[in-house]
Design a protein around this ligand. Structure first.
Ligand code: GLU
Length: 276
């Protein structure tokens, strides 16, 4: 068994991260497995250098250590490029030059704009266009979910809490797999890296459940192994809202400063869990 915790060094880790890391670490240790940390730092506009070490320090306080040196996604861009190339060769991605404004305008014109769990989906404007050679700017690349699901056929994934789930390839629509500015995306990088690190069990918050539908498609298209999943309930604040970077009072740092023991921190997290 190999599990992982994959923080983005864009802020302080909070109570929710503590819970997520704890579950992945505990699962590995109870099964004589390996626990790994990976820094998801592709969004260089939001990453700050001090947050790498601060995450490791916070986890060390909780006695959570990576069994191998943590990897950084920014060191792995050529691998994401190669995966994108594979998808281009399969014909399941297309270039998109739409700006956010154009997408919004297009959505407003549609009487039945497509919707996903997180709001309106990309309406497919660039799907059937052939790329004209005169484009000045690099395009982003989107997954053509219709073509992709034809290639993969029906898929499922297995989750320890939710059981067997049928993949809905269209759940998040034709999402971006490579942004113009960073040439990859969370979805592409995470799929490539979970396979690279041979992760057998992915534990993460259930806010990422919709993303797993996309990841299963990508794993199949790229002929990568299929991990098992545990999408855990989220840690909520006192008002029942999910934690975000703004909750500095519930950062692990602040809790350490207020002399909470590692066990206090985990107890606090488990007391504040949402329903699945
Ligand atoms: N980097 C993501 C986050 O900080 C975690 C993604 C994952 O576990 O797949 O929310």
């Amino acid at each position: 068994m190999i599990t992982r915790f994959a923080p983005s060094p864009t802020g302080l880790l909070h109570l929710g991260h503590a819970w997520s890391a704890h579950l992945a670490h505990q699962m590995a240790k109870e099964n004589n497995g390996t626990f790994l940390i990976r820094f998801e730092d592709i969004d260089h506009t939001r990453v700050r250098p001090e947050f790498y070490q601060s995450a490791l320090d916070d986890l060390a306080y909780l006695e959570i250590y990576s069994d191998l040196t943590p990897i950084k996604q920014l060191d792995r861009l050529p691998y994401y490029q190669k995966a994108l190339q594979q998808l281009q060769d399969l014909g399941v991605v297309y270039p998109c030059t739409c700006t956010r404004k154009q997408i919004q305008a297009e959505l407003q014109n549609l009487s039945n704009a497509p919707h996903g769990p997180e709001g309106p989906l990309y309406p497919g404007t660039c799907r059937d266009k052939t790329r004209s050679p005169s484009h000045k700017t690099e395009p982003s690349w989107r997954l053509d979910t219709k073509k992709a699901s034809k290639v993969t056929g029906p898929l499922t994934f297995s989750d320890k809490i939710y059981g067997t789930i049928e993949v809905n390839p269209h759940l998040l629509g034709d999402i971006i797999l490579a942004r113009k500015d960073i040439a990859t995306s969370y979805h592409l990088a995470v799929t490539v890296d979970d396979a690279h690190q041979k992760i057998t069990h992915i534990t993460r918050g259930n806010d990422l459940l919709p993303s797993t539908h996309v990841h299963r498609l990508l794993q199949t298209l790229l002929q990568l192994p299929q991990p098992k999943y545990l999408h855990h309930p989220l840690v909520l604040d006192n008002h029942g809202k999910r934690l975000a970077k703004r909750h500095d009072s519930l950062s692990i740092k602040a809790l350490i400063q207020s002399r909470k023991s590692p066990q206090d921190i985990l107890n606090l997290a488990s007391k504040n869990l949402s329903n699945p």
